[in-house]
Design a protein around this ligand. Structure first.
Ligand code: NAI
Length: 439
C-alpha cells in the first residue's frame, strides 16, 4: 500500500490543474488516469474542436477569394493530432514534478481513504474525484460508430460526410454544425426546444441560429427525435412524424457523469444520476473526499473544473480564496462565435426589477468593419444600482469580450465606471464601451 497526501482520480483539466497546484503547495500527489492525460477537453473535446474551428476559419477566408476552394481533411486530422500531442506533452511535464506521481489505470474505492487500480493500492487523508463525463445516449437507437456517432467518434472520422444530421442544438451540436457546414457537408439540426443554446439570451441565440441558417444549415426546432433506424432519423413536429437520412448522424443530446466504475458506495459518497452531490467547497458526503468538474454535474465546462479543483485544494490546505463560482463565463465556438456571463435579458425580465439592457453593435465598430465581421451584437445587463450583472454576445471574438465583462463583474463594477474606462481604438472591445455609453 502506498501512502500519500492527496489522491486525484482523473487527469483532465480538473485533475491535472489540482495536482499541479497541490504539488506547488507542498503536497505529495498521486494522480490516477485510465486513458490519456488531458481528459475530454484535450483529447476529444475543446482542443480538437477548436483546431477544426480554426481550419474552418482558414477555409472561409480561402473561399472568399476562391469559391472553388475545398478542405484538405487529411491536413485537418494531422494538425489535430499535432496540437493534441503537443499539449499532452505539456501536461505530462507538469505531472512529472518530483512530488507528483502519475499512475495509469482505472481507480476504484476500497473505503473512504483507500483506492486501488487493481495492481496497486493507495491511501491518503484526502481524495479528489475528477472523472468527468461521457456522452448520454437517449433511448432512440444504438450508436454504431460508423454512422451514428457521439462527438468523440465524429472527431475520429476520416473524411467529410456529404450529409450530416445533428440531434440536439446545444453547445456540441451547434459547434459541429458550424464546422461541417464550412467543410462542405449538408447539415441538418433537429432540436426539441424552441430555441438553440438555452443558456444564452434567447434573442442572441435566435440571431445566431438565423445567421447559421443563412449559411445553409437547416434547423428543425421544437422537433423531438423519437427513433434512429436504418431509414434515418425520425422526429415529431407539431404532431407530424418525419424521417430524414444522412451519411452520418451525430447524437449531441447532453452528457452524463462518469460514476459507474468508481465503487462510490464503498467510500460512502452520495450521488444521483446527475452527479456526485457536493457542497459549495466541493466536499462530498464522505469526509476528505471532494468531487470537481463534470462528475458533480454542476457546470460542464473545463475552466469550471479547473477552478473547482483549486477551491478543493485550498480547502485541504486550509486556505481561503475568493473564487466567484456564480460568475461563470462560457463561449460557443460557432461562426459567428457566441459567449455569455451572468444574467440574460430573459432572466432579468422575470427576476430583476428595474434592470437595464444596453446594446452595442458590430456594424458600428471600426475594427469589425475593417475585419469584414459586421454581424454581431452585445447586450449588457445592469441592475437598478447600475451594477453590471450580465453580458451576452455573438460576433467575432465575442468570447474575449465576455472575458472583460466577467472580470469587471468579479470586481462589482458599475456601468458608469465602465464608461470611464479607456478602450483601445480600434478594437472590438470598444463595442462594450459603446454599449455602456447608451445608458
Ligand atoms: P446540451 O445539454 O448543451 O444540449 C443538448 C440538446 O439536445 C438540448 O438542447 C436538448 O433539448 C436536445 N435534445 C435532447 N434530446 C433530444 C431529442 N430526442 N430530440 C431533439 N433534441 C433533443 O448538450 P451537449 O451539446 O451534448 O453538450 C454537453 C455539455 O458539454 C454541455 O454541458 C456543454 O456546456 C459542454 N460543452 C461545452 C463546450 C464549450 O464550452 N464551448 C463545448 C462542448 C461541450
Amino acid at each position: 500500500m502506498t501512502t500519500t497526501d492527496l489522491i486525484i482520480i482523473g487527469g483532465g483539466p480538473g485533475g491535472y490543474e489540482a495536482a499541479g497546484y497541490a504539488a506547488k503547495h507542498g503536497l505529495n500527489v498521486v494522480i490516477i488516469e485510465r486513458g490519456n492525460v488531458g481528459g475530454t477537453c484535450l483529447n476529444v473535446g475543446c482542443i480538437p474542436t477548436k483546431t477544426w474551428c480554426h481550419e474552418a476559419d482558414v477555409l472561409r477566408a480561402r473561399l472568399s477569394a476562391d469559391p472553388q476552394a475545398t478542405i484538405d481533411f487529411q491536413h485537418v486530422r494531422q494538425r489535430q493530432t499535432e496540437v493534441v500531442t503537443l499539449l499532452r506533452g505539456g501536461i505530462e511535464t507538469l505531472l512529472s514534478a518530483p512530488n507528483i506521481r502519475l499512475v495509469k489505470g482505472e481507480a476504484q474505492f476500497v473505503d473512504g481513504h483507500t483506492v486501488t487500480t487493481g495492481d496497486e493500492t493507495f491511501t491518503a487523508p484526502n481524495i479528489i474525484i475528477a472523472t468527468g463525463s461521457e456522452a448520454k445516449m437517449p433511448p432512440i437507437g444504438q450508436l454504431d460508430k460508423y454512422r451514428i456517432m457521439t462527438s468523440s467518434e465524429l472527431l475520429a472520422i476520416d473524411h467529410v460526410p456529404e450529409s450530416l444530421v445533428i440531434i440536439g442544438a446545444g453547445v456540441i451540436g451547434m459547434e459541429f454544425a458550424s464546422i461541417f457546414q464550412t467543410f462542405g457537408s449538408e447539415v441538418t439540426v433537429i432540436e426539441y426546444l424552441k430555441e438553440c443554446l438555452p443558456m444564452l439570451d434567447s434573442d442572441i441565440a435566435k440571431r445566431l441560429r438565423k445567421s447559421m441558417e443563412k449559411r445553409g444549415i437547416t434547423f428543425h426546432m421544437q422537433a423531438g427525435v423519437t427513433a434512429i433506424t436504418a431509414e434515418g432519423v425520425t422526429f415529431e413536429r407539431k404532431g407530424k412524424a418525419q424521417t430524414i437520412n444522412a451519411e452520418a448522424i451525430l447524437v449531441a443530446t447532453g452528457r452524463k457523469p462518469c460514476l459507474e466504475q468508481l465503487h462510490l458506495e464503498a467510500a460512502g459518497v452520495d450521488f444521483t444520476p446527475k452527479g456526485i452531490t457536493v457542497d459549495a467547497q466541493f466536499r462530498t458526503s464522505a469526509t476528505g473526499i471532494y468531487a470537481i468538474g463534470d462528475v458533480n454535474g454542476q457546470m460542464m465546462l473545463a475552466h469550471a473544473a479547473s477552478m473547482q479543483g483549486i477551491r478543493a485544494v485550498n480547502q485541504i490546505l486550509g486556505l481561503t480564496d475568493h473564487i466567484q463560482f456564480d460568475i461563470m463565463p462560457s463561449a460557443i465556438f460557432t461562426y459567428p462565435e457566441a459567449a455569455s456571463v451572468g444574467a440574460s435579458e430573459d432572466h432579468c425580465k422575470e427576476q430583476v426589477q428595474g434592470y437595464n439592457c444596453l446594446k452595442g453593435y458590430y456594424r458600428a465598430n471600426g475594427k469589425a468593419v475593417s475585419m469584414d465581421e459586421t454581424e454581431g451584437m452585445v447586450k449588457l445587463l445592469t441592475n437598478t444600482e447600475g451594477q453590471l450583472i450580465g453580458c451576452h454576445a455573438y460576433g467575432a471574438h465575442s468570447a474575449d469580450m465576455i472575458q472583460e465583462l466577467s472580470s469587471l463583474m468579479c470586481m462589482g463594477v458599475t456601468v458608469s465606471q465602465l464608461r470611464d474606462m479607456i478602450h483601445i481604438h480600434p478594437t472590438l472591445g470598444e463595442i462594450l464601451h459603446a454599449a455602456s455609453m447608451n445608458s
